[in-house]
Design a protein around this ligand. Structure first.
Ligand code: MF3
Ligand code: CO
Length: 255
């Protein structure tokens, strides 16, 4: 399963990616002290719909919202609620938009108000992890080359990488092959495909300040760090080309 898109599909992926990226920018502007995560979800939902797209997460495996909003020790899949953001909260936003049958998937981590130096640094390194992985998002490499680069950068900086959730192919479905782990297994991950032009991959480091272990809460969605320390997430949908990779979840007002 190579999951390569044809030129028509790539154009649709670009269009979806732009909307997802713009939705991430909108979400970022809404990360303010006192905002409820539900109000953020509602506004981002309305933004996606205003762009002629569909929130790709809404109803996916029964997920009840358009955006995942994960605060502090929450790693991913935080469900929007009446909870109000507090000064210094570390807030990951994950958003997917489907336009004309194709999906852009992206995430970023923001701070409500002013955060600690530890929080700022975790977010910075997590974003850098994505870009370290991106250097290997090229024909001639394998998925594990991306994974290794991400893991190395995180661990070299004293952080740890979540194992239970991974990046993935993305296209007309949110999750397509191949898996794109943020770590390498010895001897080797089950499948470790070569990268081919036309593949569209969601590369998404989930990086913990403390230990790697996670727990899923009783709501069956919210993933939290077992040690209660903060976590950050950064994700883009990326197109493998014959040359440099193309970040599809990018817009003029890019984050
Ligand atoms: N963005 C998530 C991912 O990359 C998908 C969230 S699925 C949802 O895997 F159901 F939680 F929305
Ligand atoms: Co994803």
């Amino acid at each position: 399963m190579t999951n390569q898109k044809n030129p028509r599909e790539i154009d649709l992926m670009r269009a979806a990616g732009k909307i997802a990226a713009a939705a991430r920018v909108e979400a970022g502007k809404l990360i303010t002290v006192g905002a409820t995560t539900q109000s953020i979800d509602q506004k981002v939902h309305d933004f996606i719909v205003s762009q002629g797209a569909i929130p790709a997460f809404l109803g996916y495996n029964g997920y009840p919202a358009s955006v995942c909003i994960s605060i502090n020790e929450e790693v991913i899949h935080g469900i929007p609620s009446m909870r109000r953001l507090k000064e210094g909260d570390v807030v990951s936003i994950d958003v997917g938009a489907m336009k004309d049958g194709y999906i852009g998937d992206c995430a970023a981590t923001f701070i409500a108000g002013t955060g600690s130096a530890d929080s700022e640094r975790l977010i910075k390194i997590t974003t850098e992890c994505f870009y370290e992985g991106l250097r290997f998002a090229r024909v001639g490499h394998r998925v594990s080359d991306i994974s290794r680069a991400i893991q190395r950068h995180a661990e070299n900086n004293g952080y740890s990488v979540v194992r239970e959730y991974v990046g993935h192919g993305v296209g007309s479905k949110i999750h397509e092959p191949p898996e794109v782990p943020n770590f390498v297994e010895r001897p080797r991950h089950k499948a470790d495909p070569r990268l081919l032009p036309g593949m569209t991959l969601a590369i998404e480091p989930m990086i913990n300040f403390g230990k790697a272990n996670i727990i899923v809460l009783d709501d069956k969605w919210t993933v939290v760090t077992a040690d209660g320390q903060i976590s950050a997430h950064y994700e883009n949908t990326v197109l493998i080309t014959q040359g440099d990779p193309e970040i599809l979840t990018i817009c003029e007002d890019a984050t």
